[in-house]
Design a binder for this molecule. Structure first.
Ligand SMILES: [Zn+2]
Ligand SMILES: [Zn+2]
Length: 218
């Protein structure tokens, strides 16, 4: 599917996505739980494709839906009780703009791997680990699209609220474990900056969706 078709489908389903994101956020209650739930869904989805329980078109549609709903649920959780529905509206262009282009490329790559026979549909190895070069790789990427971004979008929801409440400055706090990347260390070293001038965790840094920096506001 080309990128414009993906955007077209997403635009048509916007209202649906908003209500599903709201339901998902209420079920998950925290972004950590949201991430865990989506990791589980990633496994179910990739397995369904691998074991021929679903066709490619359904896989593609499902991945698109889950990626967008999960990101929106992150925003919803970040906004807490500060008019979260409004925050979904506000975040929508960014959710679509950030998620769809890489998702589109990833879907095409996976389709090519299947067509080239690098990964086999109907591969019944019971464990992903038995076939690490292929389905495991697909799964870990799917997790990166439907589970991990929840954190960055949770921060975005929080950011909208802080901005509304009149906070003027933000600072990035890096976790400073060995996975923290040089970009994140640099952002943290900049200290307090005008609100809106530092990127959300997971954006403009090398650790992308694995970034677990957080933001303080004042
Ligand atoms: Zn980083
Ligand atoms: Zn980080």
């Amino acid at each position: 599917m080309d990128l414009l078709s993906l955007v077209g489908i997403a635009t048509k389903r916007r209202g649906d996505y908003f209500s599903q994101a709201k339901a998902l956020a209420k079920k998950a209650r925290t972004y950590e739980k949201l991430e865990t739930m989506m990791e589980q869904e990633a496994k179910v989805l990739v397995n369904a494709l691998r074991l021929k329980q679903i066709k490619w078109a359904e896989y593609e549609r499902s991945l698109l839906d889950k990626a967008l709903i999960s990101a929106l649920a992150g925003v919803y959780l970040g906004a807490k009780s500060a008019k979260p529905e409004e925050k979904l509206e506000k975040a929508w262009p960014k959710v679509v703009g950030d998620m769809l282009p890489p998702l589109h490329d990833f879907l095409n790559e996976t389709k090519k791997s299947i067509d080239d026979g690098d990964i086999r549909i109907g591969d019944e190895t019971s464990d992903f680990a038995e076939n690490p070069k292929s389905w495991l790789g697909v799964l870990s990427r799917v997790i990166r699209y439907i589970a991990n971004p929840a954190y960055s979008f949770f921060n975005l929801g929080q950011y909208y609220v802080q901005q509304e409440q009149g906070f003027k400055q933000m600072r990035r706090v890096a976790k400073l474990d060995k996975r923290t990347c040089p970009d994140c260390i640099n952002y943290a070293q900049q200290g307090w900056q005008p609100i809106g001038s530092l990127p959300m965790p997971g954006q403009e840094c090398r650790c992308y969706d694995h970034c677990r920096c957080y933001i303080d506001y004042r």
